[in-house]
Design a protein around this ligand. Sequence first.
Ligand SMILES: [Zn+2]
Length: 318
Amino acid sequence: MRPCYPVIDGHCDVLYKMYERSEIDFFDLHTAELDASYARLREGGVKLQFFAIFLPERIRSPRFDHYLEYAALFHERIASDPRMLCVKTRADLEAVWSGSRVGALLTLEGADALQDNPVYLRTLRELGVRMIGVTWNYGNWAADGVLEPRQGGFTRRGKKLIQDCNAMGILLDASHLSTRAFWDLAETSDRPFAATHSNAAAICGHPRNLDDEQLRELIRRDGRIGVTFVPWFVQDGGNADIDGILRHVEHICALGGERQLVFGSDFDGIDRWVAGMEHAGCYAQLADALSKRYDDELVRRMLAGNWYEYLYRYLPLT
Ligand SMILES: [Zn+2]
């Protein structure tokens, strides 16, 4: 029998799907609507899942109350259930680890509606947001995303946001940032940051992936690199399988990233899947494939231990 490896997954878009379609029930044991439903997280051994607030593109002018609606959805329809535990502190992380509940950590992808307002930022923190990706693919008041034609970095106000996040204990996510914004973040943040769902550009040259210099910077600063299962970030053309994911793992390890490599599936944010990794329940198959190449301790690290150490160090104590 295969050993069951605990998993921490650094990115999913369950909230986005549930925001768009209110009939979806996260706890419905038979729902196939969610890649990362409660049942599938359990099946895959996921002990802690990050849930991103990501507004649909149809919302042209994101407002702060959209974030509040997402936070309400997260708490009311997912995190307040007795089977779940909302992870806001180191103590919560430890409770998830030693208990049977599934941890849920709230993140923000796209800070468009924060609009340089520290009260908004503090409110999000109160609501449980513990990590922010400042942009999605395009530019906003704070920084440029990876597909913004001008390819700028962080604005003055955006750098202030980085400092405010550092001061409030909110972690930062570099996935989706333009290359210049990535390096601005590296220069400005006094805490190691993560890229929750990005692969290695040396293996698959998609603009959402990170080049070796960026990967080395994340490794050098002891940030985290979340290998993701978006098929067109795994392999050119998107015809990817689990071996394709392993090529990114191998590359990041070859750069010295054994202790920084984590996973961030992007489940429920994709409509095509890596063969064999169609939903969170498939993590056991990835664990199997990893076990054939790496020793038990390293497999545990990659699937959860590296995320755990990072969060243990940087989540607020209480
Ligand atoms: Zn994303």
